[in-house]
Design a protein around this ligand. Structure first.
Ligand code: GLN
Length: 304
């Protein structure tokens, strides 16, 4: 596949697309970003790299980090994990409370906030130094020991954390949170505050395009079966109540974050990270989705 040619066409497309999204305001610190930033980086499993724009600039990965935390927790818990969190699409916004009461404190999947909070609770139970070990894991798979949390973003989210606090309290009432609520929230806010570039993200999650093995380090991160399942959850749940739309338009497993990032995986081929801070009404990067749709349309290659 001649990705270079597609990327040249994409550069024109990026300028052509009118950006209709908005930078989110509910985490105040996330507003301190230039809304017109745009970066994209594609890494193939045989080591080719294609990139455009601000692909080497760090941004707040937010919910994309939920892929890393899921990988870690799944590795530690195996199938016991699914007693505490489901694998079904929620069809509701990422921070929705409504299903949780009906479903007795068991979140639909690990990518909505409720599910990611349960995953953080598991990591708090299982790891001696959860924040340090999560960061070490992300640094390890991404090949960059300098990746950091952003304490300003974590603090900013903590100050406006009313919905996440409601979610975790409700789950605690249903005994699906085992640790102290403030400890788990602190891990969650730090997880979401990780800052990475498109290049680091594409590299860091490339193992999901290669049956669980990081092709550069020749290191297995998760089993083949777990890699398949994580991709399946990304396909069905990675974009909350827009997961169908992303599947329909892009046709790849993916995960978004309110920092404007998206990671998408083409199993057997590549991983791609895109960053464009303005979000659509569902909290997913407006331009990011449009450009990934352009990519899979032009290359005529998706999982479908
Ligand atoms: N930290 C954000 C929150 O909890 C993550 C949401 C997202 O990226 N979709 O609201």
């Amino acid at each position: 596949m001649d990705y270079q040619k597609v990327f040249s066409e994409m550069a024109a497309e990026v300028d052509y697309i009118e950006d209709h999204g908005k930078v989110p305001s509910y985490i105040p610190e996330l507003q301190n970003v230039d809304p017109n930033k745009f970066g994209i980086h594609l890494t193939t499993i045989d080591g080719q790299n294609f990139y455009l724009g601000d692909s080497n600039e760090k941004f707040s990965i937010q919910s994309i980090a939920k892929v890393f935390s899921l990988v870690l927790a799944f590795g530690l818990e195996d199938d016991r994990l699914w007693e505490r969190v489901g694998v079904e699409p929620s069809g509701t916004p990422f921070n929705s409370l409504v299903q949780l009461e009906y479903e007795k404190g068991i979140p639909r999947n690990p990518f909505i906030n409720a599910g990611a909070l349960v995953i953080c609770d598991i990591l708090v139970s299982r790891l001696e130094h959860p924040k340090r070990e999560i960061l070490d894991f992300v640094r390890g798979v991404s090949g960059n020991p300098a990746i950091e949390y952003c304490s300003r973003v974590a603090e900013s989210e903590k100050l406006t954390s009313f919905t996440n606090a409601a979610l975790i309290n409700l789950m605690k009432a249903y005994s699906n949170i085992h640790n102290d609520i403030d400890v788990v929230l602190d891990v969650y806010f730090h997880l979401c505050s990780i800052e990475m570039t498109c290049q680091e993200l594409a590299q860091g999650l490339l193992f999901l395009a290669n049956n669980g093995v990081n092709p550069f380090a020749e290191k297995r991160v998760v089993s083949e079966s777990k890699s398949k399942r994580i991709n399946a959850i990304m396909q069905l749940c990675g974009f909350y109540d827009e997961a169908g739309e992303f599947s329909f338009k892009v046709g790849l497993p993916g995960k978004s974050g309110v920092g404007g990032g998206i990671i998408a995986i083409y199993p057997g081929h590549y991983s791609i990270a895109v960053w464009s801070p303005k979000l659509n009404a569902k909290g997913n990067s407006y331009k990011g989705m449009r450009i990934l749709e352009f990519l899979t349309t032009r290359t005529k290659a998706s999982i479908f």
